[in-house]
Structures are given as structure tokens and as C-alpha cells.
Design a protein around this ligand. Structure first.
Ligand SMILES: [Zn+2]
Ligand SMILES: [Zn+2]
Ligand SMILES: [Zn+2]
Length: 102
């Protein structure tokens, strides 16, 4: 399955493009793999996300089951990469409205 964000296969071991969570009119930058807020990844010695294969310091692929929502902190990202099913934040690939893909 190709990633909606970077349009590449996950198993190539690269990180995803920057993406944002839009909530109540504010953009929140996605939480990167292996950072302090990326608490769902228990084994940091992996140095990559065990779900989407993105290396530490890069972005999870859009729709990764392990990605944390930067708004509410829950790992409840919709598997289609639409947004957070807990707080309702929507995943955007750009802060520019004219580049809107959804
Ligand atoms: Zn991931
Ligand atoms: Zn990706
Ligand atoms: Zn959320």
C-alpha cells in the first residue's frame, strides 16, 4: 500500500513528508518518530517505527497506527490517514489552503 503523504511504499525505510493536524483552526506539527512525545514506540532501540518503518527523527507515514496525535496525545489515528478519531483533528499535508488535498 502506498502512503497518502509521500506516495511511496513504507518498506523502503524512509520517513514521511511533514504533515499537520488541523484542530479548531490551528495547525499542529506531526510528532516525529522516537521523540519524547512519540510515546507509543516502546522499544526506542529499534530506531525506527515498528509499524510504518520510518527512522527516528523523521515523520511517521500518514495513517501509521503508531503515530500520536499532537493535539490530544492519543495514538488513535484513522488508518486511512484522515485524522484523529479521538479529538477529530484532521491530517493536512500542507498549511496552505490552496494545496488542500482533501
Ligand atoms: Zn509510524
Ligand atoms: Zn509516507
Ligand atoms: Zn487527537
Amino acid at each position: 500500500m502506498r502512503c497518502r503523504g509521500c506516495k511511496l511504499e513504507h518498506d523502503e525505510g524512509h520517513g514521511c513528508v511533514p504533515h499537520y493536524f488541523l484542530y479548531a483552526g490551528e495547525f499542529y506539527e506531526a510528532i516525529k518518530v522516537g521523540t519524547d512525545r512519540d510515546t507509543f514506540v516502546n522499544d526506542k532501540s529499534l530506531k525506527r517505527c515498528s509499524y510504518c518503518n520510518a527512522p527516528n527523527g523523521t515523520y511517521h507515514h500518514v495513517g501509521c497506527a503508531s503515530e500520536r496525535c499532537p493535539v490530544c496525545g492519543m495514538a488513535v489515528i484513522d488508518y486511512r490517514g484522515i485524522g484523529c478519531i479521538n479529538c477529530g483533528a484532521k491530517i493536512k499535508l500542507s498549511k496552505e489552503p490552496q494545496d488542500e488535498m482533501l
